[in-house]
Write a protein that binds this ligand. Structure first.
Ligand code: PEP
Length: 252
């Protein structure tokens, strides 16, 4: 099973800066033996990047998609549109979308279903706030987030899902979950997948860690038995740190 290192640029980089970063990433990538590299730039750049970097071993992801199919939904872009623009992946359920844009469990589930229907590979995020962790309800919440988002997905379609465990208290804060905390939650998620689907889904679904992952802590986190790479925010905005994370995955 190949690891994934995915960079989420969020709302950063103007077009020329994005091209510079993609040029540096694609030029600096080593021959990959055990890692899939994914970049999620801002949506307006996706179609051009897909044409411009077609020859490179970098998959393109959107940072979200519409919960709707085509129709009168001004400003929305559908999963099918992304797929038709050369995009292969989409991040769904990021905590910033859930918290700042009011994406409910139902909306996340609809987006997952739209993405799967459009043959996109989903990077499905889950994660608990500090408050939830401190009240020791984190396992229950993660289970609920994932079970709900995957309610309409059958075992065969789980091949199109990667899970990203991103504790909200670690995103953009510089505080990383310890390797033990990450492993504990990843193991729990894998066990849940076994309960909801089957042992094969449990053992083959990639589970990424996200939350202040950087070159100094990646080797330890990626080295955990149930961690299959990372979803990276801040450290994906510089080619050197992003490439170090790819190297850490290759060495794990
Ligand atoms: C993220 O937002 O998905 C993320 C992991 O951000 P950061 O790496 O900056 O914590």
């Amino acid at each position: 099973m190949r690891n994934i290192v995915a960079g989420n640029w969020k709302s950063n980089k103007l077009m020329n800066e994005g091209i510079e970063l993609m040029d540096a990433i694609t030029k600096g990538l080593p021959t990959l033996h055990k890692t899939e590299v994914i970049v999620a730039p801002p949506a307006p750049y996706l179609a051009q990047f897909s044409a411009q970097y077609k020859a490179h071993a970098v998959h393109l992801s959107a940072q979200q998609c519409s919960e709707h199919g085509h129709g009168a939904h001004t400003g929305e872009y559908t999963a099918e549109m992304l797929h038709s623009s050369g995009v292969t992946h989409v991040i769904i359920g990021h905590s910033e979308r859930r918290d700042r844009f009011g994406e409910s469990f139902e909306v996340v589930r609809s987006k997952v279903n739209q993405a799967i229907g459009a043959s996109l590979h989903v990077l499905l995020c889950c994660g608990e706030s500090l408050e939830v962790r401190e009240s020791e309800e984190h396992f229950e919440l993660i289970s609920k987030q994932l079970k709900d988002a995957l309610a309409d997905v059958d075992s065969a379609k789980m091949a199109n899902i990667t899970i990203a465990y991103e504790p909200v208290w670690a995103i953009g804060t510089g505080v990383t979950a310890s390797a033990d905390q990450a492993q504990e939650m990843h193991r729990f998620i894998r066990e849940q997948l076994g309960n909801w689907f089957n042992p094969q889904v449990a053992s083959t679904t990639r589970i990424l860690y996200g939350g202040s992952c950087k070159p100094s802590n990646a080797a330890e986190i990626f080295g955990q038995p149930d961690v299959n790479g990372g979803l990276i925010g801040g450290a994906a905005l510089e080619a050197s740190s992003f490439l170090s994370l790819v190297a850490a995955s290759e060495a794990s």
